[in-house]
Design a protein around this ligand. Structure first.
Ligand code: IPD
Length: 259
């Protein structure tokens, strides 16, 4: 069943999609800037976040909004966690692999989430207890049970030391697991929920990158680490999301606990 909150998050993601897609296809797109090492920002991130904030405030004036670009975490009953463009580095460098990610948390628990890839027209939607869906089709994580048949995305940012990342990639590849890094944590999690890959792991990631994706993975029958522990909402955390059959193996490999 699509709950009213799932419907709202879906409509908002779909209405922001054309803003992102049209800006990406614009030949005279303004240059990007950097917030930090390999940490990209474009005018479109700011414009889309502004649009999303306005829509939420108009429709749900009591709700809070935590956005990647504008922050805004307040003590509210219902919080929208917004990444206007996840995969900004791809967007900025003309690679068509990015999305908008919207998660809605009620009293500290994720209730609904949507991830929309406007270039592939793929809408990933989840509601707590309502399943995970891709363009209306029910999603389930894969049933691959051997690491040497599996694919994992291991995300990277300059927030963690290079050697820690390389060690994790090396350990994973030595099991025979295929490793990728496609530059959008939200889409990586959505792909776990869709059974396209078995695992998404990253040694540190922010709440707006993962809020919707974590709900997608659990609703598709996968397992995740307790990301919200230790103030994950404000500080970010390590993330691990896996299909059910390989979750313990990926947890041992990444040293990210599922408990
Ligand atoms: C980044 C992407 C990337 C992940 C980084 C994130 P952004 O978010 O999700 O895949 O590895 O940790 O910061 O900057 O594209 O919104």
């Amino acid at each position: 069943m699509t709950t009213p909150l799932m419907q709202a998050v879906k409509e908002l993601a779909l209405s922001a999609g054309p803003l992102i897609r049209d800006a990406f296809l614009e030949p005279d797109r303004p240059a990007y800037s950097l917030k930090g090492q390999q940490d990209y920002l474009t005018e479109t991130d700011l414009a889309v976040e502004q649009f999303v904030r306005e829509q939420i405030t108009q429709r749900f004036p009591q709700d809070g909004v935590l956005g990647e670009e504008g922050g805004g975490l307040t003590d509210v009953e219902r919080l929208w966690i917004v990444d206007p463009i996840d995969g900004t580095a791809n967007f900025a460098r003309n690679i068509a692999h990015f999305c908008i990610s919207l998660g809605v948390m009620v009293q500290g628990q994720l209730e609904a989430g949507a991830i929309y890839d406007p270039m592939r027209d793929e809408l990933f939607l989840a509601g707590r207890g309502q399943g995970a869906w891709l363009n209306g089709r029910r999603l389930q994580v894969s049933n691959i049970s051997a690491l040497n048949m599996a694919s994992a995305e291991i995300g990277w940012s300059s927030r963690k030391p290079v050697d820690a990342y390389l060690n994790l990639v090396s350990r994973t590849m030595h099991t025979g697991c295929a490793v990728r890094r496609a530059g959008s944590g939200a889409l990586g999690l959505a792909y776990v929920s869709a059974g396209r890959i078995e695992c998404y792991a990253e040694q540190h990631i922010n709440a707006w990158d993962v809020a919707a994706g974590l709900l997608l993975v659990t609703e598709a029958g996968g397992r995740i680490n307790p990301f919200w522990a230790n103030d994950g909402l404000r500080q970010g955390n390590a993330v691990l999301a896996s299909n059910a059959l390989l979750a313990d193996s990926f947890s041992a490999l990444t040293q990210i606990s599922l408990a």
